[in-house]
Design a protein around this ligand. Sequence first.
Ligand code: GUN
Length: 295
Amino acid sequence: MSATLIDGKPISLAIKDEAKKEAEELLRTRGITPGLAFILVGDDPASEIYVRSKGKTCAEIGFHSVTETRPVDTSQAEVLDLIARFNADPSIHGILVQFPLPKHIDEMKVIEAIDYRKDVDGFHPINVGRLVIGRPCLRPCTPAGIQEMLIRSGNDPGGRHVVIVGRSNLVGKPVLNILLQKQRGANAVATIAHTGARDIARYTREADIVIAAIGRPGFITGSMLKPGCTVIDVGINRIPDPTKKSGTRIIGDVEFTSASEVAAAITPVPGGVGLMTIAMLMKNTVLAASGTLYS
Ligand code: GUN
């Protein structure tokens, strides 16, 4: 291996620590404690783990949090009622409905029901639109976390060619819009390559920074990269591994061994981008609590 590891642990810890200090300042100066509400519908084990972990982080850094858990057969109207309750609750500054939701619930309807000023996921169409036109807004946590990882690891995207592989609304499109902004820590020349491309490697080989968010284990290999590039692996794929007690392990969208021979810097999976999402959620919550974004 020749690439330097971009470790998500110290970066995410530093961001959580900043959020904690900002919350202390908000309490001291204005008597506000950031409050985050979680809504979990159904019994998806991964979602339960995520929500528990987010609630634990809130407690660690002095935020108030509440979790409303509902069974899988909960109606869409009941979820919308819960959201309306939290929209009206002044002690709650952020609302996070954990996805995926059961099939009978329309996720877009749920997102649109959240007050955009409390939309700490940055998924509401008002926040999406404001991000595209460069107005202040709550930004999606994983894409914003990717930008922070690049900046804080000395890989400022300014003036560099970033190729994002994957065009999802969760990662690909928002990360493109964040890195395109004419701002410090952004200002990249950004391209999205996706499944419609005849030859994805043609684009990735041109990239100074590759962001892999395709959802296919080990899709990006060393031969698809330009020597000396930076690789950000957003993938979280569970694959069979009989050598593990659980019978599975988590790998990214990048084939780590071959990629790390070619790249100059690379994020690990696990321990990379995945750690940034919760840290940025805490940042968004304290920002929402400050009430300064949309004033
Ligand atoms: N499920 C997986 N990732 C996310 C996320 O970032 N936000 C929400 N609300 N649900 C998720």
